[in-house]
Ligand binder design. Structure first.
Ligand SMILES: [Zn+2]
Length: 119
């Protein structure tokens, strides 16, 4: 049973750092063109569970397809450590790149395949 924990994470060079409270119960492996190229493993949280500690003014916003998701990457190291988006009903969501969390054992995570390429 996954437990609620506070994780810290960020980009590779350390410019972007954040804190997030999540249980990592659902980690999504999406096959859309952006996720598959970047190897993103995503966990979605409500914005009030997410605190950006540093790097806010540095982030570069990349958008494609419907352009509703802000794929935010660090201009120094190129890592997309999180994204800002909305659910179909308009609720704001944060997508955490689980690979960017400190001390995560990726082999212990169960990932859920999502067919983003067809949607
Ligand atoms: Zn960086």
């Amino acid at each position: 049973m996954p437990e609620m924990k506070t994780y810290e994470g960020g980009c590779h060079c350390g410019a972007v750092r954040y804190q997030v409270e999540t249980d990592l119960a659902k980690v999504v492996s999406c096959n859309c063109s952006n996720c598959s190229k970047r190897g993103l493993l995503l966990n979605f949280v409500m914005p009030d569970r997410f605190t950006l500690l540093s790097g806010d003014t540095d982030l570069v916003d990349y958008r494609f397809n419907k352009k509703v998701i802000e794929h935010l990457f660090c201009p120094s190291c190129g890592i997309e450590s999180f994204a800002r988006g909305r659910k179909p009903d308009g609720t704001a969501m944060i997508a955490i790149n689980v690979r960017c969390l400190d001390g995560i054992d990726l082999a212990m995570l169960q990932t859920i395949p999502v067919d983003g390429a067809s949607s």
